[in-house]
Design a protein around this ligand. Structure first.
Ligand SMILES: NC(=O)c1ccc[n+]([C@@H]2O[C@H](COP(=O)([O-])OP(=O)(O)OC[C@H]3O[C@@H](n4cnc5c(N)ncnc54)[C@H](O)[C@@H]3O)[C@@H](O)[C@H]2O)c1
Length: 270
C-alpha cells in the first residue's frame, strides 16, 4: 500500500504528547520525517526510541522567535525539505470564570495564554515561510471546539481559539496560491493538556473529575475522543493529492457538537 505522505518533511509543535504526538506517530507511519518542538527531554527520548532518525526532537519554547527559527533550520538541514507545518502546542485556562480572575492577575494570564496559543502559531508560520513556499506546502493548525462555542473553556482559552479562526482565514488569503492554510478542530480529547504558570496551575485535563462522562454526555456521538481519532484528518489536509484544492478549511472532529440541538433528546448511548 502506498504511504500517503511518502518523502514529506514536516514540523509539529508540542508533538511530545497528546494530539501532537498522535500526529507525529501517524505522519511517520505515512512516510514523513518530522521535526518536533517540545519542552521535555523525556518526551524527546521517547520519540527517538519509537521513531529513530525519522524524527528530530528540538527542545524549545513556542513563544520564542529564536526557538522557532532553530526548529525550522534544523529540520530543513536534517530532512532537506518542509512540506507541512502543524502549530499545535497549547495551554488551557480550566474554564476559570472571568469574574473570579483578579484584575491584577488578568494581564499575566492573558499574556501567557495568548503568547503560547496565538503568538506561538504565528511565529512558527513566519519561521517556516520560505521552505514551505519552496515546497508548495501547507499549514494545519490545531484549533478546538472552543473556536466555535463558549463553555468548553474560560474567556481566555475560548477567545484565543476564536482568534485562530481569523488567523487561518487571513493567512490562507495572504499566502495563496503558494501555501495552503487549514485546521483541525478537535473536541474533548483524553490528554494531559496543562494550565498557566501565571495561574499557579499544576492542573491537567486528566485531573478534572468526571471529564470523560461530561464530554460523553455533551456530544451527540457520546464518547470522549482519543488523540489518535484526529490524526488522519491532518494527513488528508497535508496531502497534496488528497486536498490540493482545499485552503481556509477547518475540519471539526468534535463528536457532532454542531447538532447537539435544543428540544427533543437524542437517543441515549450506553
Ligand atoms: N485535549 C482536548 O480536549 C483538546 C480539545 C481541543 C483542542 N485541543 C488543543 O490541542 C492542542 C494540543 O493539546 P493536547 O490536548 O494534546 O495537550 P498536551 O498537553 O498533551 O499537548 C500540548 C503540548 O504543548 C506543549 N507546550 C505547551 N506550552 C508550550 C510552550 N510554551 N512551548 C513549547 N511547547 C509547549 C506541551 O508541553 C504539550 O506537549 C492544543 O492546542 C489544545 O488547545 C485540545
Amino acid at each position: 500500500m502506498t504511504r500517503r505522505l511518502e518523502g514529506y518533511g514536516a514540523i509539529v509543535t508540542g508533538g511530545g504528547k497528546g494530539i501532537g504526538r498522535a500526529v507525529v506517530d501517524r505522519f511517520v507511519a505515512e512516510g514523513t520525517r518530522v521535526g518536533v518542538l517540545l519542552r521535555s527531554q523525556a518526551d524527546a527520548d521517547s520519540l527517538r526510541e519509537q521513531h529513530g532518525d525519522a524524527v528530530l526532537p528540538v527542545l524549545g519554547d513556542v513563544r520564542s522567535w529564536a526557538d522557532n527559527q532553530r526548529l525550522v533550520t534544523q529540520t530543513v538541514a536534517a530532512f532537506g525539505r518542509l512540506d507541512v507545518l502543524v502549530p499545535n502546542a497549547g495551554v488551557y485556562d480550566f474554564s476559570d470564570r472571568f469574574e473570579t480572575i483578579a484584575g491584577e492577575d488578568l494581564e499575566a494570564r492573558f499574556h501567557e495564554l495568548f503568547s503560547i496559543n496565538v503568538q506561538g502559531y504565528l511565529l512558527a508560520v513566519r519561521a517556516a515561510l520560505e521552505p514551505l513556499r519552496e515546497a508548495q506546502g501547507s499549514v494545519i493548525f490545531t484549533l478546538s471546539s472552543s473556536s466555535f462555542y463558549p463553555g468548553g473553556g474560560g474567556v481566555l482559552y475560548v477567545s484565543s481559539k476564536h482568534a485562530l479562526v481569523g488567523t487561518v482565514k487571513q493567512l490562507a488569503f495572504e499566502l495563496a496560491p503558494d501555501i495552503r492554510i487549514n485546521a483541525v478542530a478537535p473536541g474533548g480529547t483524553r490528554t494531559n493538556l496543562g494550565g498557566l504558570d501565571a495561574a499557579g496551575d499544576g492542573r491537567s485535563l486528566a485531573d478534572i473529575p468526571g471529564f470523560d462522562a461530561m464530554v460523553a454526555k455533551t456530544v451527540p456521538l457520546g464518547f470522549l475522543s482519543e488523540p489518535e481519532d484526529h490524526a488522519s484528518l491532518y494527513v488528508t489536509l497535508a496531502s497534496r493529492t488528497e486536498s490540493r484544492f482545499v485552503t481556509a478549511e477547518i475540519i471539526r472532529s468534535d463528536g457532532g457538537l454542531m447538532v447537539r440541538g435544543g428540544g427533543r433528546k437524542r437517543k441515549e448511548t450506553a
